[in-house]
Design a protein around this ligand. Structure first.
Ligand SMILES: Nc1ncnc2c1ncn2[C@@H]1O[C@H](COP(=O)(O)OP(=O)(O)OP(=O)(O)O)[C@@H](O)[C@H]1O
Ligand SMILES: [Mg+2]
Length: 170
């Protein structure tokens, strides 16, 4: 890929917590030579305050957050970008692609046991095991009419990023 390529995709790396979105998303962005963003960085101050107080977000809270990510996606349209966002529900993905119909989703998928073991080794933010279960319960897989692909999280980050790259509509 070079800057001369006319059209670079905008990619959302999605999946449950601990599936490797941040790790693989950054590698994929580097592979493409495009900017990388973290969905968590788009929360308005009210959401951060709510989460810090231990309260879960509802869909009304998520709306401005998803719209802010959607604006970043739209701004990268045609120039390429990678953003990691759990995007577990179809309606969240619909909102993200509202202004960017070509948006491509890479779903990092793997067994709960594997993700659980990776999370256990992750020091910086602890996640109670029950929360991972609830993420799997909430997950609505990509549907046939959605632009995207499922990538296995077996193996190392570079191999996963390479599989994701190969699956992109380039
Ligand atoms: N392929 C891999 N092999 C081994 N460890 C991995 C792999 N991918 C990610 N990890 C590790 O697993 C942990 C979870 O990965 P990461 O933080 O990228 O997931 P995430 O989906 O971004 O999670 P969150 O939703 O909480 O932001 C990290 O400690 C990361 O270093
Ligand atoms: Mg992450």
């Amino acid at each position: 890929m070079t800057a001369a390529d006319p059209q670079l995709p905008v990619v959302v790396v999605m999946g449950v917590s601990g599936s490797g979105k941040s790790t693989v998303g950054l590698l994929l962005a580097q592979r493409l030579g495009v900017p990388y963003a973290e969905a968590d960085d788009f929360h308005p101050a009210e959401n951060i305050a709510k989460m810090s107080a231990g309260h879960p977000l509802d869909d009304a809270d998520r709306a401005p957050w998803l719209d802010a990510i959607g604006a970043w996606i739209k701004a990268r349209d045609g120039r390429g970008g990678v953003v990691s966002c759990s995007a577990l529900r179809r309606r969240y993905r619909d909102r993200l692609r509202a202004d960017a119909p070509d948006l491509f989703f890479v779903h990092l998928d793997g067994p709960l046991e594997l993700i659980s073991s990776r999370l256990a080794a992750r020091m910086e933010h602890f996640m109670p095991p029950g929360l991972l279960r609830s993420q799997f319960d909430a997950l609505e897989p990509l549907e046939a009419d959605e632009n995207g692909t499922v990538v296995s999280i077996e193996g190392g980050p570079q191999a996963i990023a390479e599989r994701a790259y190969e699956a992109l509509p380039l």
